[in-house]
Write a protein that binds this ligand. Structure first.
Ligand code: XMP
Ligand code: MG
Length: 178
């Protein structure tokens, strides 16, 4: 199966059935580790919205969820670039945080998010990501919960986009060679 989004061709990579299995396996691990912790799920927009929606419906507890986006702006000369989590208005001090991501690539985004969360004196922070490109991941922070370790190729579908399109695709597609 192939799809074309704008100027690029994509081949099927993971079917909706395979995604569903990965989500349910992840949810089982989180159920085991978090039932008694009342975690706050922090889903990183935009890509993670579909994964988050499916994941929470596989959990055996009813979690609080917040949606956030990482924004960077220029601070004063002494502070340089400042990162901020837009939309995270909950008082998160002392909470167990589960960051929900669609995909972890180099880990740059993730590292900034974790730094901001730790400054707010949270009890713990772990990451749950559907996809993980472990061959390009450069950071020390372990990605505790991931669904599938995938090769370093651009993917779309199931929330992931190419130039804003492709998010509604039920399967995940990988950019075609050549
Ligand atoms: P880093 O490198 O900071 O990347 O871990 C994080 C963000 O980059 C986006 N990303 C992708 N988006 N297909 C996408 O649609 C991909 O293959 C891909 N790789 C990285 C994504 O938003 C992720 O949160
Ligand atoms: Mg993302």
């Amino acid at each position: 199966m192939k799809v074309k989004i704008k100027d690029k061709d994509f081949d099927i990579f993971l079917t909706d059935k395979e995604i569903e299995t990965a989500v349910s396996t992840l949810a089982k691990k989180i159920n085991t580790d978090y039932t008694d912790k009342d975690p706050l799920l922090v889903a990183v927009l935009n890509g993670s919205f579909i994964f988050c929606a499916d994941l929470i419906r596989h959990l055996n507890f009813d979690p609080e969820i917040s949606f956030t986006k990482l924004a960077s702006y220029q601070g004063s000369e002494s502070t340089g670039k400042v990162n901020e989590l837009i939309g995270l208005t909950e008082d998160i001090k002392g909470r167990h945080i589960l960051i929900v991501e669609d995909i972890i690539d180099t880990g740059n985004t993730l590292e900034k998010i974790i730094k901001i969360l730790n400054e707010k004196e949270v009890a713990s922070v772990e990451i749950v990501s559907l996809l993980f490109k472990s061959e390009v991941y450069k950071k020390k922070t372990p990605v505790r919960y991931f669904g599938l370790d995938i090769p370093n190729k651009f993917v779309i579908g199931y929330g992931l986009d190419y130039d804003g399109r492709g998010r509604s695709l039920r399967h995940i597609y990988q950019i075609a060679e050549g």
